[in-house]
Design a protein around this ligand. Structure first.
Ligand SMILES: Cc1ncc(COP(=O)(O)O)c(C=O)c1O
Length: 409
């Protein structure tokens, strides 16, 4: 037997050892504290246990035919190469038209609208383009998980003001005390994930005057603006003196039940759009061309589309809220979004994560623990979030399982 190793042997030995040696996972320090997102974790558990997923906020029904047809047509028409960096002109125009209709504000589609890969990229481009390391940014907890991670990537200091049940009102005095000379921005989300709270006009006015007084920017995430059930949505940019200091972020996903398309946008005055576009240029540069064309068609949907969307969701919401109450949860009022938050403590589990694990494994229903939406997880330990962006049969089946298997302690 030959003892001379050939180059081929050496290569295969090396690649074997690469495959077999477990390597420590590596991540940059700024992302070390962030784990796999809770949505992925819960969706994986749901699959494993055959549980009904009322956790992650994606519809289990499809988006409208006229929007899907528009995407197919755009692809067939050859709209398939890189788009203009800040958006296909037709879409920038449609976004500006929609914003005018919704807020009364006339924005320049060429200078004040930037198309991004979902609202997630609008958030990233806004933060990375306008926040310096060491700047303070104020979040309202509970908050959507990408805010904190993206602020961390930007080297920002995160400060938190907590919205507490039952009505998750904004504690204006706490906000005033949180502001310092280093505060660069306040990030708000209305209608609000996970609570379904909608910021009232009084709260918006109070936040606006604090921001004007202290020369602070507002970044506002309005992805659920068309899912406003109990009151009218108010855009921060439409308040007196606020457009000049506001970046309004939104996307197609929730409004058109097409969360996989990831077309979003940021609207801001030219001096803020500059920073957003500088970051966007190097994050993604441009986003999917045919989907942008289709989104321009979507945004010009007749009013009847939006009315029907709300009607459908209100029926779904009634099924879930009435069901959860009948099961024995304390359900907090939700004015917008497709989420409701409940107090799980009547069922005797020690915290939200233990409750959600029990719910998946023993009852066969997925909810999202809310402690992951807080800087201090203790603040969310009694609360879990359910979504009603599912067809009525699915919602009824989930309620039935909970009625049968979930017992108050
Ligand atoms: C509050 C909030 N902002 C942003 C997003 C992400 O939006 P997009 O899918 O357009 O990136 C979500 C998705 O769940 C959300 O709930």
């Amino acid at each position: 037997m030959s003892t001379v190793s050939t180059e081929k042997d050496t290569v295969s030995t090396l690649s074997d050892s690469i495959q077999k040696t477990p390597r420590p996972l590596q991540v940059a320090k700024r992302l070390e504290k962030f784990k796999t997102t809770i949505f992925t974790q819960m969706s994986n558990l749901a699959i494993k246990h055959g549980a009904i997923n009322l956790g992650q906020g994606f519809p289990n029904f499809d988006g409208p035919e006229f929007v899907k047809e528009a995407a197919i047509q755009a692809i067939k028409d050859g709209k398939n190469q890189y788009a203009r960096g800040y958006g296909v002109q037709e879409l920038n125009n449609a976004i500006a038209e929609r914003f005018k209709k919704d807020t009364g504000l006339a924005v320049d589609p060429e200078k004040e609208v930037t198309v991004t890969s979902g609202c997630t990229e609008a958030i990233a481009a806004t933060i990375l383009g306008l926040i310096n390391p060491g700047d303070e940014v104020i979040l309202f907890a509970p908050f959507y998980d990408s805010y904190e991670a993206t602020l961390s990537m930007a080297g920002a200091n995160v400060k938190c003001v907590t919205l507490r049940p039952p009505n998750f009102a904004v504690p204006i005095n706490e906000l005033k005390s949180a502001i310092s000379k280093n505060t660069r921005a306040v990030l708000i989300n209305t209608p609000h994930n996970p609570t379904g709270k909608m910021f009232t006009r009084e709260e918006m006015n109070a936040i606006a005057s604090i921001c004007i007084e202290n020369d602070v920017l507002v970044f506002t995430d309005e992805v659920y603006d068309k899912l406003a059930f109990e009151m009218d949505h108010i855009s921060m940019a439409s308040l007196p003196g606020m457009f000049e200091r506001t970046v309004t972020m939104n996307s197609l996903g929730k409004t058109f039940s097409l969360t996989g398309w990831k077309i979003g946008w940021a609207i801001a005055p030219p001096h803020l759009t500059w920073g957003v576009r500088q970051a966007h240029a190097f994050l993604t540069f441009a986003t999917s061309t045919p989907m942008q064309w289709a989104t321009s068609v979507a945004l010009r949907a007749p009013d009847s589309y939006y009315e029907e969307l709300k009607r459908d969701y209100m029926k779904k919401k009634a099924i879930l809220v009435e069901g959860l109450e009948a099961v024995g949860f304390k359900v907090f009022p939700s004015s917008g979004t497709y989420f409701v938050v409940v107090d799980h403590t009547p069922f005797g589990l020690e915290n939200d994560i233990a409750f959600c694990e029990y719910l998946i494994e023993k009852v066969g229903v997925v909810a999202i623990p809310t402690s992951v939406f807080y800087l201090n997880p203790e603040d969310g330990k009694n609360l879990v979030r359910f979504t009603f962006c599912k067809d009525e049969e699915t919602l009824k089946a989930a309620v039935k399982r909970m009625k049968e298997k979930l017992m108050r302690k």
